[in-house]
Design a protein around this ligand. Structure first.
Ligand code: 5AD
Ligand code: SF4
Length: 451
């Protein structure tokens, strides 16, 4: 084996996992490993995994199967270490070793800072099954102080500020895979934001499963809220845009809502997953609001900040969901201007109460409902996108478009993808673009001001 060991890292799942993978990347680099983009060549293969739906979880096992075949094919199926980290690791624990005997290490989302140490053990004892699936809140961040983001991140960076969830929605594995709700100390987050002043990052997204419930303590022991964090981060000159995801719809808080009207760096798209429009279904999901309260929240936001737009997650085919319940979901999509939403078929998950509920909805009904909902969401999104034609909007250009030569793509304030003719001076900057064309997924425009 060569002097410098290599690692491969693949990420599945949500933004929290993408953030965690950035930290793993930095951790591995600072421990002398260099990144390779092909698992066959890697001395260490790390999969950062997602358990949210069955499909996400099964992907990990097929990926492990593919890697085995590819390694064998190239005659490299020896002397390497495989680590499964993240939510599948937490939920499936030792089952992973049973299903895939060549896995060496299994670490929960709270324990991946132990990777370098565990990898050394695994290289010395290839037959040992190394597992640590404890959950201990935000302790890992104390070990993850190296923030380089060297190759994974660009102009837009994530900071996890809160982890876990206490809500126990009956469909969701998060309380089991990420543990209870914990916030990082206030100054730790500010310190991490400061490290992003690297001449590149201009957008920061604060992450948490329930980010608007952030309640970290500051150095004087006072509890601080998400609005405090945003205000403090907005003071940094290099930061031009701030976002936060995901919020529990009824836990935004007046200060945060107000801040949208005064803090120009705070972006106008709010991620407030409703999941279903039916009060019956919401109750069975253990969501702590009804349709009317959700709409009240939307009105409260719009009354102080009329420019706000909303993004939501939806689950169709939750146990017991009738045609009438589903119609309530379509109704709310009709009433609230949702843009950039995500919708899923309900997937029964181990550990969760909904898995054991009566009246599971047949797969074909779920599929039919999902198609109908996605069509409506996409029609709405198209209408909104088209309403921007002729308007001038600020766009953060991130990179050169892969498919369309001589063009670059960026993100609007509302997270729409915007394409314009390539101009190298605009990459990494926020520039004004006049929108000329729009479909449901992308906007095309021309630069107004060249910086
Ligand atoms: N089945 C389908 N979708 C789910 N989500 C969470 N759990 C499940 C499940 N068991 C969706 C929710 C959540 C998003 C991250 O994933 O909509 O907001
Ligand atoms: Fe997947 Fe949820 Fe874990 Fe994110 S927190 S990786 S969505 S299971």
């Amino acid at each position: 084996m060569s002097e410098m060991k290599t690692f491969y890292l693949k990420t599945f799942g949500c933004q929290m996992n993408i953030y965690d993978s950035h930290r793993v990347y930095d951790l591995m680099q600072s421990n002398g490993y260099s990144f390779v983009d092909n698992p066959v060549d890697a001395d260490v293969v790390i999969l950062n995994t997602c358990y949210i739906r069955e499909k996400a979880s099964e992907k990990i096992f097929s990926e492990l199967g593919r890697i085995k075949v590819a390694k064998k094919h190239s005659g490299k199926f020896d002397n390497f270490v495989v680590a499964v980290i993240g939510c599948v690791a937490k939920a499936e624990e030792n089952n992973i070793f049973d299903r895939v005997p060549y896995v060496n290490i299994v670490l929960s989302p709270s324990k991946y800072h132990l990777l370098p140490e565990k990898i050394s053990i695994a290289f010395n004892n290839p037959d040992e099954k190394i597992i640590d699936v404890g959950l201990n809140g935000v302790e890992k961040f104390d070990y993850l102080t190296d923030i380089s983001l060297s190759s994974l991140s660009d102009y837009s960076a994530f900071i996890s500020v809160q982890e876990g969830c206490d809500k126990f929605c009956t469909y969701c594995v998060v309380p089991y895979t990420r543990g209870r709700e914990v916030s990082r100390p206030f100054e730790d987050v500010i310190e991490e934001a400061k490290k992003l002043d690297n001449g590149k990052t201009i957008e920061i997204t604060l992450l948490g499963q329930n980010v608007s419930a952030y309640n970290g303590k500051d150095a004087s022991g006072n509890q601080r809220c998400l609005a405090d964090l945003i205000e403090e981060i907005a003071k940094f000159d290099f930061v031009k845009r701030i976002r936060y995801i995901t919020s529990y719809p009824t836990q935004l808080g007046d200060r945060l809502i107000k801040l949208h009207s005064t803090e120009k760096k705070l972006q106008p798209l709010l991620f407030v997953p409703i999941q279903s429009g039916s009060d019956n279904v919401l109750k069975k999901m253990n969501r702590r609001y009804n349709q009317q309260q959700y709409k009240q929240m939307i009105d409260d936001v719009l009354s102080v900040f009329p420019d706000a737009k909303f993004s939501s997650d939806f689950i169709v085919g939750f146990p017991g969901e009738t045609d009438d319940d589903f119609k309530q979901t379509l109704k709310i999509v009709d009433e609230v201007e949702f843009i950039n939403s995500f919708s899923f078929k309900y997937s029964p998950r181990p550990h969760t109460p909904a898995q054991k509920m009566d009246n599971q909805v047949p797969e074909d009904v779920k599929t039919k409902r999902l198609i109908e909902l996605q069509k409506l969401l996409s029609d709405k999104q198209l209408a909104f996108n088209k309403s921007l034609i002729g308007k001038v909007i600020p766009v953060l250009f991130e990179s050169v478009a892969k498919k369309e030569k001589n063009s670059m793509f960026g993100k609007s304030e509302f997270m729409q993808t915007v394409i314009a003719d390539y101009n190298e001076n605009c990459i990494g900057k926020i520039v004004d673009v006049k929108i000329l064309e729009a479909d449901a997924f992308t906007l095309k425009g021309e630069l107004i001001e060249k910086k």
